[in-house]
Design a protein around this ligand. Structure first.
Ligand code: ZN
Length: 308
């Protein structure tokens, strides 16, 4: 199957292999895939491996559908920073006459999105976003720790199989004092490298990173984020060694969400927040690219850590 976006030779080769082995099932939109059984089995096992590291910390498990209310979405500030990535849900609100007209327009190949005005829902852009409105108020002394997993939407059609438009992030989200956040970030910086390098034997390295902030103003935001080392990524070569793929990100939002969602520390100051997110599809792809397309043939110790 050919897709309508550019692909490097390495991306095309890996894409074709993944499809031929039914690990990914392409749809008619670049970056949107079905996942085959072998692929999903690895994802499930990664989830369990991450839980082995973080499961003893007393995190509250929360799972949300990949939707946010428009209010929460606007409140989160995402619209200001990343308008290019957003996916909004629209719904039909007409009666019979409008429905008839709608079907005629579709038949005639005319645009018909005007008939779908409702947009009270936005596709979740980052797995941790539903946590912040729930944390509103004053925290207990121990703060809050949430284990979360969600599909996330990023509108960035690409020929790179590791750049999907919808993918799953498994995250731990910490809400608390700056000291609690420091401890969380240090703990997970170590754990995530143990998982990726020692246990999964991936050629991973950690680096300071920035989010793809939009527009001219975004350049400044990205520089500030880098200067303060607020975002780290664990990068693994998949389709390119020069531009390795971010498979894990550790983000420190300082008081950003505490302020926007009115979350306070016991001393009355705004809470600080941080999250670590494992890209489940990307890590699975890194494993398949590094160790081969048949998980049964991966190195013994990698299989043992994944319970394969
Ligand atoms: Zn997050």
């Amino acid at each position: 199957m050919s897709i309508s976006v550019p692909q490097t030779p390495a991306e095309k080769k890996f894409y074709d292999e993944l499809v031929a082995h039914k690990l990914l099932i392409p749809c008619d939109v670049p970056g949107v895939f079905g996942r085959g059984g072998v692929f999903e089995d690895v994802v499930d096992r990664l989830m369990m491996l991450i839980s082995k590291h973080g499961g003893g910390d007393g995190a509250e498990i929360q799972r949300y559908p990949p939707l946010l209310s428009r209010n929460t979405f606007v409140q989160s500030g995402y619209l200001k920073s990343f308008p290019q990535m957003i996916g909004v849900v629209h719904s039909f609100v007409g009666k019979d006459p409008e429905h008839k007209k709608l079907l005629e327009r579709v038949d005639q190949g005319e645009t018909w999105s005007d008939d779908f005005p409702h947009a009270d829902l936005v596709l979740t852009p980052a797995a941790c976003y539903p946590v912040y409105p729930q944390a509103k108020g004053t925290l207990e002394a121990k703060g809050k720790l949430v284990d979360i997993m969600s599909y996330c939407m990023r509108h960035e059609p690409s020929g790179d199989p590791a750049r999907m438009q919808m993918f799953r992030q498994r995250e731990y989200v910490r809400v608390g004092t700056p000291e609690q956040i420091d401890e969380f970030r240090e703990t997970w910086a170590k754990r995530s490298m143990t998982i990726m390098v020692e246990q999964l034997q991936l050629a991973a390295h950690r680096d300071v990173a920035n989010d793809p902030f939009f527009g001219r103003g975004g350049k400044m935001l990205a520089m500030n984020q880098r200067d303060a080392a607020l975002k780290h990524e664990i990068l693994i070569p998949i389709c390119s060694t020069e531009k390795p793929t971010a498979c894990v990100s550790i983000n420190y939002h300082q008081e950003h969400f505490g302020h926007l969602f009115e979350i306070r520390q016991p001393n009355g100051e705004y809470a600080h927040t941080s999250c670590i997110g494992f890209g489940l599809e990307r890590t699975t792809l890194a494993l398949l690219h590094t160790h081969g397309l048949a998980p049964a043939e991966w190195p013994k110790s990698v299989r043992e850590h994944l319970g394969l």
